[in-house]
Every structure is written in structure tokens, then in C-alpha cells.
Design a protein around this ligand. Sequence first.
Ligand SMILES: [Zn+2]
Length: 216
Amino acid sequence: MLVDCHQCRARVDGNIKGTVQRGYDPAEQSEAEGFRVSLLSCPVCDEPILGYQNWAGEKRDWNGDHETVWSPARRVWPSPELMLSASIPAEIQTSLLEAQKCLTVAAYIASVAMTGRALEAIGRHFHMGGKPDKLMLGAGIDELHKNKIIDERLYEWSRALHLNRNLAAHASSEIFGQEDAEDLFNFASAICDYVFVLSDKFHKFKNRREPKVTKD
Ligand SMILES: [Zn+2]
């Protein structure tokens, strides 16, 4: 089963040690959605990996027998692959997922550049007036801060991200290690959680809990 090994930073064909499957009964050939979780060992470094797959349909093999189709395996342990909330706009998700893909294959400079792209997309998302696609990263961060979308601490993280993104995006002798690239990626993910996911939850909470105004 193909899965990304966190240790080897490569896609490997994991050896299956055991599988638990739910919601799909091959005997009944039910169409219900199901999933399966498999314990794998990496054929290169022998580290354990837990893979998760969704039921993706049925097909007939050359013999005419039914065969279950599963989605590509996603690593859920160790270091789970990114699961992004639907509250984060698609264009930002794309950059974050790319940044994480770069991390898994040890392409750290590319990861920092993609993390910066995600931050730039946040600025453009909240930009008021003018053409958002012309908004540069630095101006976008200042605007997020000025409009109180990010607080002092996130502003500081954003500025550090901006500086490092510039070093990664332009030809320079700057080297980014795994730790730096991962930290910058985590800062960008935290900013997204704060401005999209938690803000969204808070508004819903307020709407639920605030006493309804009644007109007398
Ligand atoms: Zn491995």
C-alpha cells in the first residue's frame, strides 16, 4: 500500500501488518460508505505508519468478481497529513497543501515559498478596495493588522514569514532547514486557523448564545 513515510520523506510501498475495515460489507456488497485503517511498516526504515482510506467504489476484475476500490492512503500517524477546514478558502488551502507536500519530500526552500504564497492569499482575501491580485505580501500583512484581522503576535509571525519568504523566493545563498520550514508552515497554519476557522466558530457560537432581541 502506497503511503508517505515521515521518516524517509518519500512515498513508499508499506508492508501491511493488519487492517480494520468499517461500514462496508463485501459479503453484502453494500453501497454504504466505508473506510479502512491499516497498520503498515515502511520497507526502507521499518518505522510503523497508520494509513487511512475511504471506500471509493466497486469494480469487476477480469474474472467478473467484485473488487473494492479504496482511496489513496493518507498517513494519520505519526505526524498526520494536513486536514484543512472547509472554512479556509480554496486558494489558500492549495498553497498550504503544496507547502506541506514540499516538506514531506525535504524541499524546504520551496516549502517556505509556498507558505509565503498562502499568507499572500490571506491578505488578498481580506483586501478591501482596489485589485486584490495586485496586493503584495508586505502591504497585505500591514492591512490585516490595521483592520484588526490579526493581532500583534500574529502580525509579528507574519512579518517573520514575509522576510523568510523573500529569502526563499529570490536567488540567495540562504538555506532553510527542516525545523525552520516546518515552523514557518505551522505559523501560517495557525494564522489560517485563527482568521478563518476560529473566527467562524466564534460567530456561530455568538449567534447561538446571544439572547434573541424581541420587539415589544
Ligand atoms: Zn521509511
